[in-house]
Design a protein around this ligand. Structure first.
Ligand code: FE
Ligand code: CA
Length: 532
């Protein structure tokens, strides 16, 4: 590493006594640009925006001239104190019509990340933005404000992605999604993977070890943000963010680790993981700034009168997996009613009772024509054959492990007459199109909601033949495909939702091409996916 920077006294004086001067080149006297000079690009992690509101959004970057600095004292190659970063917002892509210019502080406690919550802008239009610090200028990003609350809106396009293991492939899915120019991109979790080197892949996580502390989680996120396809998607499309398990550890549940770590210790790990997530994501500080092991990501955003998104947190508040200690590991298992009656306990929740109440209240009050529930895991019942043939088995880590909570939600959707409810999810590295029913044993009962699950960006899918054998016992599952990588693109208007399952030719090919695997429609007023 050649850029571990200790500012000299003279450089500190030059850039203002309280400010850091990381990556400062020696011998700056006479240079016209104010602030520090950089020997490598401090914007190596790119830029991002998120959470479009009717009068603003959040802008993100993180100063990291050495993204993978191994020294915990100099994250991203930065040292010293807080550093002011200028941001500019314009109404044109060439940044000639600047409507806002101000500074935000990149502070060491947030690893010199910048989260600017912008307000007071015009609703329902695109904006462009960039950051400047010293002589360094970021790429120009594009973002948007939401239409005014309840304003008529005819069309909305969004994409959703999940499960992007850096080691197991290239992020061509991100590149192709960016090219489709959706209004927003929704990240449903497993944005990073905490483990390293478990399966042979095309790239390597830089530390070669599982992320467990602040330094290793920070570097894991930083490495992902060096990916050009990921940078392109974030720079061009505002994001809605939630997480799944691998942002912390496989199959964790609240304070319970799948490896039965001491919960106090595991919460320290969770605090480091959540903090690193915060530092690398375009999330609003007013909502999401972490507080020890706690960080709120669940949120509701609406776009005019057309579509609302309830973005959920399926990990932080959930009950432990049913019968979590069997057979000898934590996390998910396949359990039958006979082997694990605990699974059916109505006191158990996927969301925690507070988030359930918040969700039910938000859905009941929504005036949106389409109500999307964006969350991490498969919701539809999936009857599997358990190893001992003692009746159907159910996977305890997704909604199948929390059937009472799922039933409460579906009953509420039905009783509150929530308009056009559509659940989207990830985690299972495969495409699904499902009818969500309160009782699947009644084959003629109409669904109360529609579910689409997107495949992974790179992570390997579950065994295709094994899962195909489950489908005859699950007639509410209309489609399953685990052999392809990609994302889902959704075009919504007032009468229908068009859903395209998009696949890349080969996740191991950095230049992979795009094609459409399958198209679906959901008609206004009629729950359930229709093959298109
Ligand atoms: Fe995953
Ligand atoms: Ca997962």
């Amino acid at each position: 590493m050649t850029h571990l920077f200790r500012p000299t006294r003279r450089q500190i004086l030059r850039s203002g006594a309280a400010l850091a001067s990381a990556a400062v080149l020696p011998g700056l006297i006479g240079c016209a640009a104010p602030g520090p000079r950089w020997s490598s690009d401090p914007f190596a992690l790119g830029v991002a925006s998120g959470d479009p509101l009717p009068d603003g959004f959040v802008l993100w970057t993180r100063l990291a001239p050495e993204p993978l600095s191994p020294d915990p004292a100099t994250p991203g190659g930065m040292s010293g104190g807080a550093m002011p970063v200028t941001y500019e917002i314009a109404t044109d892509p060439a940044m000639t019509q600047i409507v806002r210019s101000d500074t935000a502080l990149a502070s060491p406690e947030d690893a010199w990340s910048v989260h600017v919550e912008v307000s007071g802008l015009s609703s329902g239009r695109p904006y462009w933005y960039r950051f400047t610090v010293g002589a360094a200028q970021s790429a120009i990003g594009r973002t948007m404000t939401a239409p005014a609350r309840g304003a008529p809106l005819d069309k909305f396009r969004f994409g959703f992605v999940s499960c992007s293991n850096y080691e197991l492939g290239y992020f061509s899915a991100y590149r192709h999604l960016a090219e489709e120019q959706p209004d927003i991109a929704i990240f449903l979790g497993d944005y990073i993977y905490e483990f390293a080197g478990r399966r042979p892949g095309v790239r390597k996580h830089s530390d070669g070890v599982a992320a467990t502390d602040l330094r290793t989680y920070r570097n894991r996120y930083a490495q992902y943000h060096t990916d050009p396809d990921l940078q392109r998607l974030h720079a061009q499309v505002p994001a809605l963010m939630t997480w799944d398990d691998h942002e912390v550890q496989n199959d964790y549940a609240d304070d319970l680790s799948e490896t039965f770590d001491d919960p106090v210790k595991f919460l320290q790990r969770r605090a480091a993981a959540y903090r690193a997530f915060y530092e690398h994501m375009p999330v609003r500080p007013s909502l999401s700034h972490p507080d020890g092991p706690n960080m709120r990501v669940y949120d509701r955003l609406a776009f005019g009168d057309l579509i609302g998104f309830s973005v959920l947190d399926g990990r932080q508040y959930r009950s432990r997996q049913a019968c979590y200690a069997r057979p000898k590991n934590g996390g998910g298992h396949v359990e039958s009613n006979a082997s694990c009656p605990e699974r059916l306990d109505p006191a158990r929740s996927m969301l925690g009772l507070e988030q359930e109440r918040w969700l039910f209240d938000g859905l009941a009050r929504s005036h949106a024509r389409w109500n999307v529930i964006a969350q991490d895991v498969l919701m539809a019942e999936l009857r599997e054959t358990p190893p001992d043939n003692s009746g159907y088995g159910f996977w305890t880590d997704d909604w199948n492990g929390y059937p009472a909570c799922r039933a409460r939600l579906l009953h509420h959707i039905h009783d509150a007459k929530v308009k056009n409810p559509v659940v989207i999810g990830g985690d299972i590295h495969s495409f699904w199109a499902n009818e969500l029913k309160i009782d699947n044993s009644d084959r003629r009962a109409p669904p109360v909601a529609t579910e689409f699950v997107g495949t992974s960006v790179t992570s390997f899918g579950p065994p295709y033949d094994t899962f195909m054998k489950f489908l005859p016992d699950n007639p509410h599952v209309k489609f399953f495909e685990s052999r392809k990588r990609g994302y889902v693109l959704v075009d919504t208007d007032r009468q229908r939702m068009d859903v395209k399952m998009q696949i890349v030719s080969d996740a191991a090919d950095p230049k992979a091409t795009l094609s459409t695997l399958k198209r679906w429609t959901v008609e206004n007023g009629r729950a359930g996916p229709q093959a298109a």
